[in-house]
Write a new protein. Structure first.
Length: 88
């Protein structure tokens, strides 16, 4: 997810990291798949920060708390979900 969050054109938020999203290549490398909920956070040069977004209420066992409250989101939801995957 570091590559997604460091994308040159804007931060890419996967927004759906869970165990079933991981794919294993023949070489044994894990890759994150299913980007149907992904969002690109664009940079607001005037305010010098990335623009947050809202995708409505989330569901699932690996979601960050702010997704359940339909709050403004950023890349931190991926970090929270990734931690839940490792713990799970």
């Amino acid at each position: 997810i570091a590559d997604l969050h460091g994308f040159e054109e804007g931060v890419i938020v996967h927004d759906d990291i869970q165990l079933c999203q991981w794919l294993k290549t023949r070489d044994g490398v894990l890759k994150l798949g299913d980007f149907n909920r992904a969002e690109i956070m664009f940079y607001d040069e005037e305010n010098e920060r990335y623009c947050k977004y809202n995708n409505g209420n989330g569901y699932g066992n690996y979601r960050a708390p702010e997704e359940f409250d339909a709050r403004d989101l950023n890349e931190q939801i991926d970090v929270y979900s990734m931690g839940n995957n490792i713990y799970g």
